[in-house]
Design a protein around this ligand. Sequence first.
Ligand SMILES: [Zn+2]
Length: 101
Amino acid sequence: MAKPLPKKQQQKIAQERIYTLFQQAEKMFSKDRALAHRYVSLARKVAMKVKARIPAEFKRRYCKYCYRFLMPGINSRIRTRGGKVIISCLECKKFMRIPLR
Ligand SMILES: [Zn+2]
């Protein structure tokens, strides 16, 4: 059996896959929302498996409550208030707050 790759390398590969999955999700969203949502759950699974982080730029692209892919202006609304970005998920009507730096 092949030796498993070092953890660092596994995480690097995972992040590349996450990146691709989110790109695909964005591309497919207008054609097939269910598929875009599936890509998000896949990306989360990939991340969890090797404990890789989901890059910050994608953290605001999915809902942390229902894990659906969020497209600003379509199923999410982004507002800033009091130094925080407020992302509302129009799928489950919850919102997330991200502090601005
Ligand atoms: Zn949601």
